[in-house]
Ligand binder design. Structure first.
Ligand SMILES: [Cu+2]
Length: 346
């Protein structure tokens, strides 16, 4: 079936090879439901009027019609079997990725998505994928249930703590031919970007805002030509800076990471701002932190490093041990420590 690459009134654009089949089944179930709804409600209303109580008309017992009863028992059964069969066939197709799929690791946590490309390159809340090539996501959660959902691709799967789940898709081109086949390779060229949602149905997170609950755990899928994607993988990523540039101090890189890694959902960085789920950082550095086990420890570089590497090892008094383990590279760790240290002087 052809992909409808623009959204319709009812459904998002069909941007994966699965989408037309999924939508076909959706439309089939939708229209069967419409026909039965109109048929059942319509005939109910008709009989309601036709056999209403009237003076002088006595109700007669209805008879029995075997053929009719067999018909309305078995014809819906056939339709149900069709729905089951098509649903099952689609499910099986989506369950097993082709052997040559590009494998990307996905780590979900409160409240962000971490991605790791086959060559170890990591991305936060965005992921680059090649077009026209099967991509398999191997997903795990550091804390609670999450659910990875890309409407444009018609794929959704729960991400469950303590186990791996997996899904795959093959993105299609949105405007075929918009980039000529012989166009020069460009690691930054993106054909289009689709939205990732966390479809976990849960209100946890409290305040509304980016990366502040499942509902705002957004990420982006950047779809690239395969050769551009390969080039992207082997191009060193510039370091992130708060102003969008690529050159800044460790502290500023740390400030960028604080947002990108989703630390801000639980840690206040504004002096005098409201208390969040974890300790507030302004003025924290250098003070004594009381721990849940009754001991206390000076907040220095080592304590911060330890708190991030293994959040459960030294739990601050008065707080729940909900901080997820967030994988960081050495330079990222150092930048975050420098940033938290700099907030200590506020
Ligand atoms: Cu979530």
């Amino acid at each position: 079936m052809e992909n409808q690459t623009e959204p319709s009134l009812q459904l998002p654009a069909q941007l994966s090879t699965f989408a037309p089949d999924v939508d076909w089944l959706f439309q089939f179930i939708f229209w069967v439901s419409v026909v039965f709804f109109v048929g059942i409600v319509g005939s109910t209303l008709y009989f309601l009027v036709k056999y209403r109580r009237r003076p002088g008309v006595k109700a007669e017992p209805t008879g029995h019609h075997n053929a009719l009863e067999l018909f309305w028992t078995f014809s819906p059964l056939v339709i149900l079997f069709l729905m089951f069969y098509w649903g099952w066939a689609g499910f099986m197709q989506m369950a097993e990725a082709p052997d040559d799929a590009v494998i990307i690791r996905v780590r979900a946590r409160q409240w962000a998505w971490g991605f790791e490309q086959p060559n170890g390159l990591t991305e936060d809340n965005e992921v680059h994928v090649p077009v026209g090539v099967p991509v398999r996501l191997v997903m795990s959660s550091t804390d609670v249930l999450h659910s990875f959902y890309v409407p444009d691709f018609r794929v959704k799967r729960d991400v469950v703590p303590g186990m791996f789940t997996s899904l795959w898709f093959q993105a299609v081109e949105r405007d075929p031919g918009s980039v000529p086949d012989d166009a020069e390779t460009d690691p930054n060229r993106i054909l289009y970007t689709s939205q990732v949602y966390c479809a976990e149905y849960c209100g946890a997170g409290g305040a509304w805002g980016p990366n502040n609950g499942h509902a705002t755990m957004y990420a982006l899928v950047h779809v690239q030509r395969e050769q551009d994607y390969r080039a992207f993988l082997s191009t060193p990523r510039p370091i992130g800076c708060p102003d969008g540039g690529t050159e800044c101090t460790d502290e500023q890189h740390g400030e960028f990471l604080f947002g990108a890694k989703g630390c801000g959902a639980c840690h206040q960085r504004q002096a005098g701002g409201p208390q969040l789920a974890g300790p507030s950082f302004p003025g924290l550095y250098g003070t004594q932190q009381a721990l849940a086990d009754g001991s206390s420890v000076t907040v220095d570089d080592d304590f911060i490093r330890q708190s991030i590497l293994d959040p459960r090892s030294q739990v601050a008094q008065g707080f729940s041990p909900v901080m997820p383990q967030i994988p960081l590279t050495q330079p990222e760790m150092n930048a975050l420590i420098a940033y938290i240290r700099s907030l200590g002087n506020q």
